[in-house]
Design a protein around this ligand. Structure first.
Ligand SMILES: CC(C)(COP(=O)(O)OP(=O)(O)OC[C@H]1O[C@@H](n2cnc3c(N)ncnc32)[C@H](O)[C@@H]1OP(=O)(O)O)[C@@H](O)C(=O)NCCC(=O)NCCS
Length: 162
C-alpha cells in the first residue's frame, strides 16, 4: 500500500445517520443514484456504518458506507464530489473505514468495482487492495451496457485461524 497523502487539514470525518444527505451525495458522485429510502434501509442495520467527510464549514464532500459480517467487511459505496477529487479525501474516508474495521476485528475487506472504473480501480490498488475475482455482466450502465464487476480484497490481518 502506498503511504496515504497527508489528511487534508480542512477535512473531518463524521458518522452519518442522515439518509437524505447520503442519497444527495451519492447522486452527485455516481451516474445512477440511490434513493434516501435505500440508504435508510441500509443504515437501519446495526451491521452498516456510514461516514461523510466534511469541510471546516461543515459542508459534506463525500461518503463511505460499509457493512460488517463476522470477520469480513464490504465497502458498499464510496464517492467524493467531482469538484473535490484528487485531494486525498477518499483516502481519508477509506482509511477511517479500514481503521474502524481493524478495531472491530475484521480480517478482510471486500468491494466490487465496475471494470471500466479506472479511477476507482487505481484508487483501491493504491490503498493495497488486490483483484480476486470477476462477476460477469454485474452492472447495467445508463445506456443498458452490461459491465463486469471486479472483486477486490484487502487483508487486515492473518485469517488462517478461521
Ligand atoms: C474513486 C474516487 C472515490 C477517488 O476519490 P478521490 O478523493 O479523488 O481520491 P484520492 O484523492 O484520495 O486519491 C488517492 C489516490 O487514488 C488514485 N486515484 C484517485 N483518482 C484517480 C484517477 N482519477 N486516476 C488515477 N488514479 C486515481 C491515485 O493514486 C491517488 O493518489 P494521487 O492523487 O496522489 O495520485 C472518486 O474518483 C469518485 O468519487 N469517483 C466516483 C464514484 C466511484 O466511482 N466510486 C467507487 C465506486 S466502486
Amino acid at each position: 500500500m502506498t503511504a496515504p497523502p497527508d489528511k487534508p487539514r480542512d477535512a473531518a470525518i463524521k458518522r452519518c445517520m442522515d439518509p437524505a444527505l447520503l442519497s444527495e451525495l451519492h447522486g452527485l458522485c455516481f451516474d445512477t443514484g440511490w434513493t434516501a429510502q435505500s440508504f435508510a434501509g441500509l443504515i437501519a442495520s446495526p451491521a452498516v456504518s456510514a461516514f461523510v467527510v466534511v469541510s471546516t464549514s461543515e459542508e459534506a464532500r463525500g461518503l463511505v458506507v460499509l457493512r460488517q459480517a463476522a470477520d469480513e467487511a464490504e465497502i458498499i459505496t464510496i464517492g467524493i464530489l467531482p469538484d473535490h477529487r484528487r485531494r486525498g479525501l477518499a483516502c481519508a474516508l477509506l482509511d477511517h473505514a479500514l481503521e474502524r474495521s481493524a478495531a472491530d476485528g475484521i480480517a478482510v475487506v471486500y468491494l466490487e468495482v465496475s471494470e471500466d472504473n479506472t479511477a476507482a480501480r487505481n484508487f483501491y490498488r493504491a490503498r493495497g487492495f488486490g483483484e480476486t475475482g470477476r462477476r460477469d455482466a454485474y452492472y447495467t450502465g445508463a445506456d443498458a451496457t452490461r459491465m463486469d464487476a471486479i472483486v477486490m480484497a484487502l487483508h487486515l490481518r492473518d485469517n488462517t485461524d478461521r
